[in-house]
Structures are given as structure tokens and as C-alpha cells.
Design a protein around this ligand. Structure first.
Ligand SMILES: *Cc1c(COP(=O)(O)O)cnc(C)c1O
Length: 409
């Protein structure tokens, strides 16, 4: 993958996309154009016939998108081989957002009469896309406790129309993890494909293709971009033929293409992915331990703790523990609101994966419209605070948390 035989994450993100242009630009140019010119009718015809349709019309592809796609392909396929021992090749398609990439994933794999199996505690937009849009399109959507292997097998047997199992691991906000390898084995034994939402882990922590996944999905809006400066989504697949034909066609027809400026911001952001993730992860570990011993806190959800129900799964498939934490304040919803109001360094915002620490209060924000009894089933209690740990200096983060917790009591 890429032009050089390189395997290190930073080397990949610094060198895959650059210098590949006629004008010797050091950084990837922003190709702000809707269409591309031809020298002759003959050349136009050749480009339409070819596999590479990135110099025709931007909804079909654009060189700035290609640069981002090549980088993410190299990251996700890093060090992996295919069945014949050759380096694994995967195909990425850049989209305007995670939701757009997920729409392409679902609509190119599922049609009316088919079944999709997924699990609880998904990103809200993913669950709504399944239960509203796919449901209305005639796809049967089944959400189960996917850790229960007998239940999964029973569900597959009862639904022979199952085409896809979609996993999200680790999942927001309680960091539930799913054993990707175990689910892929069961799925493949029944001719079912598996897609994995790798947004929270990023290829720095976890490579779903190494564990058997057929598709990998990212909201590149989060850690891949890293700075909260643009939305993007990416869908990767290892069946190249399928990716270049049906998936590409559905992507183009659904119209969820990115734009050159946001693709450029993603490319720039990814250059520091490894450096950022190292710091995000080490800060998260320190913050989790700091919170754990605080008297105002009832519980900390962090996969690095042996008490987390999915600690073992997380350890098995991720290089380190993800830099996302949630914690429950003893004082419930009022304490949650007071804490959010009191932070001075942490940023009050939803989303995740930005260089600065983001805090949100699901019960009064992202999950406000979900009935209390329903959200509590997924562990979203009144006093739960979600924290995407940033790369600030740890002493400032801890001091801010200490003063805000004091005020929340
Ligand atoms: C944000 C997010 C999405 C949706 O991505 P957008 O870029 O907001 O469309 C999907 N899955 C996860 C885990 C996310 O965090």
C-alpha cells in the first residue's frame, strides 16, 4: 500500500499522501473543483473505462480524497497479510461524515427482506439509522446482547436472511467492548459479513481486519482528524472487487462524498495521530485513577480497570486502553449539571477525539430524549459524565477536575 514499504504509524501518516502532484507542492493540494478536464475525447474515454475514476467528477472521486483514503488504507492494513501471505490490500472510500459512510455500508450490503444483527449501546446515530431508515427500507434490524454466544447463534438460525453483523467497540459512553475475532468466526461460519466501527479505538489501538472483519468504519471526524475541524467518514473493505463495483457505485449514487477542504484537514490531522494517541491514552489512564479515588464519585468506566466487565476483551484486541472515560457522580443529575458548569479547563461539548478534553452530561444532553428507564439499561445514569480525555498537561487537567468535583457536591 502507498508508494513506500513503510509500516510505522507516523511514517505512514506523514509520507503516504504527500508529494504526489505535478507542481511539487510539499503538502497535499486542496483540489477545489467539481469536474476535471480531458486533453482529448480519447483520454476521456480511457478515464471512464479505467478503475481509477478520481479525475472525472468530484462526486466520483478527487485527488485530495484519494490522498486521505490511501493513508487510512495503509493504517488499517498495516503489517497484515492476505490468505496467500502477500501484504493485505484494502480499499477506502472517503465520505462527508460517518453517517454517510455508514449509509453506503448498509445500503450496499442490505436490501428489503435482509436482516442486520447488531448490539446494544451503539452510537445514537448508528442506532437511529438502523431502526428508522433501514427499518423503513424493509431491512429487519435486530439488536441483542451480542456477548451471549448462544443467543447470537439462535438469532442467526432464526434469521437465515442475515447478511451483516455490525459491531462498535469500544462503544460510547460506558466503553462496552465486543470480541471482534469471536464474532467474526461465528458470522463467517454462517456466510455473514462483519463490519466494525473503529472510531474510538483508531488503527493506533486496534486493527479489525487482523481480527477477521470484512469492513471497517470510521467517523474520521473524531480521533483521525483530532482537532474537531471537519466532518468526514470512511468505509474500508477488503473485498476489492466488491468495493470497486457495488460499494463505489452506491457511494456515488447516494452522494455522500466529502469535500477537498475537509479531506485536507483530515490529512493534516492524521499526521500526528500516533503522537496524539500516545498522550490521549496516557492522560486517560492517569485521569481514570485520579477519579477512582475521589469521594464524590460512585463509579468510573474505563477499560483499563480490571473491574470493567470487558477489561479482558479490551486487553486482548487493543494495544492500550481507549482514551474515553465515563464516571458516575454520587449526587445524580444535579451534581452532573453542577460539575459541567464548574469545569474551567475541560471544554463543554459533545463529540470526542479532539486534542482538548471534552466533557458532556448524557442525561441532560445527548440522551435527554431517551426515557430514563431505557437509558439506564445501557448504563446511562443521571449522574454519568462522559469525558474524551485530551492532550493537555495532566496537572492542569487534574486540578480542573478536582475543583469542579468539589463544586458538584
Ligand atoms: C460520531 C460517531 C459516528 C457518526 O459520525 P459523524 O461523523 O458524526 O457522522 C459514528 N460512530 C461513532 C462511534 C461516532 O463517535
Amino acid at each position: 500500500m502507498g508508494k513506500k514499504n513503510i509500516t510505522g504509524i507516523s511514517t505512514i501518516t506523514l509520507h503516504t499522501a504527500n508529494h504526489d502532484n505535478d507542481n511539487y507542492s510539499h503538502t497535499t493540494p486542496i483540489y477545489a473543483t467539481s469536474t476535471f478536464t480531458f486533453d482529448s475525447a480519447e483520454q476521456g474515454m480511457e478515464r471512464f473505462k479505467g478503475e481509477d475514476k478520481t479525475r472525472l467528477y468530484t462526486r466520483w472521486g478527487n485527488p485530495t480524497f484519494t490522498a486521505a483514503e490511501k493513508t487510512i488504507e495503509a493504517l488499517e492494513a498495516r503489517g497484515l497479510t492476505n490468505e496467500s501471505g502477500a501484504p493485505l490490500e484494502v480499499k477506502a472510500l472517503l465520505h462527508s461524515s460517518g453517517q454517510a459512510a455508514m449509509s453506503t455500508l448498509f445500503f450496499s450490503n442490505l436490501s428489503a427482506g435482509d436482516t442486520l444483527i447488531s448490539h446494544y449501546s451503539l452510537y445514537g446515530g448508528s442506532q437511529e439509522l438502523m431502526q428508522k431508515v433501514l427499518h423503513e427500507a424493509g431491512v429487519k434490524v435486530i439488536l441483542i446482547d451480542i456477548h451471549d454466544e448462544a443467543l447470537l447463534l439462535e438469532t442467526i438460525k432464526a434469521n437465515p436472511t442475515t447478511q451483516l453483523i455490525h459491531l462498535e467497540t469500544p462503544a460510547n459512553p460506558t466503553l462496552q467492548c465486543v470480541d471482534i475475532e469471536a464474532i467474526c468466526k461465528i458470522a463467517h461460519a454462517h456466510g455473514i459479513k462483519v463490519s466494525v466501527d473503529n472510531t474510538v479505538a483508531t488503527p493506533y489501538l486496534q486493527q479489525p481486519f487482523a481480527l477477521g472483519a470484512d469492513f471497517v468504519f470510521h467517523s474520521a471526524t473524531k480521533f483521525l482528524n483530532g482537532h474537531g475541524s471537519a466532518l468526514n467518514g470512511v468505509l474500508l473493505g477488503k473485498d476489492l472487487e466488491f468495493m470497486h463495483t457495488k460499494v463505489w457505485k452506491w457511494h456515488v449514487l447516494l452522494g455522500g462524498n466529502s469535500n477537498a477542504f475537509d479531506a485536507y484537514l483530515l490529512i493534516q490531522g492524521m499526521k500526528t495521530l500516533e503522537l496524539r494517541m500516545e498522550k490521549h491514552c496516557s492522560n486517560a489512564e492517569k485521569v481514570a485513577h485520579f477519579l477512582q479515588q475521589h469521594p464524590a464519585i460512585a463509579k468510573v468506566n474505563y477499560t483499563g480497570f480490571t473491574t470493567h466487565p470487558h477489561h479482558t476483551i479490551a486487553k486482548k484486541q487493543m494495544k492500550q486502553h481507549a482514551p474515553l472515560i465515563s464516571f458516575e457522580l454520587k449526587g445524580g443529575i444535579e451534581a452532573g449539571k453542577k460539575f459541567i458548569d464548574a469545569v474551567e479547563v475541560c471544554t463543554r461539548a459533545v463529540s470526542l477525539g479532539t486534542v482538548d478534553t471534552l466533557v458532556s452530561h448524557p442525561a441532560s444532553m445527548t440522551h435527554m430524549s431517551i426515557p430514563k428507564t431505557e437509558r439506564e439499561k445501557y448504563g446511562i445514569t443521571d449522574g454519568l459524565i462522559r469525558m474524551s480525555v485530551g492532550i493537555e498537561n495532566i496537572e492542569d487537567l487534574e486540578a480542573d477536575l478536582a475543583q469542579a468535583l468539589e463544586k458538584s457536591i
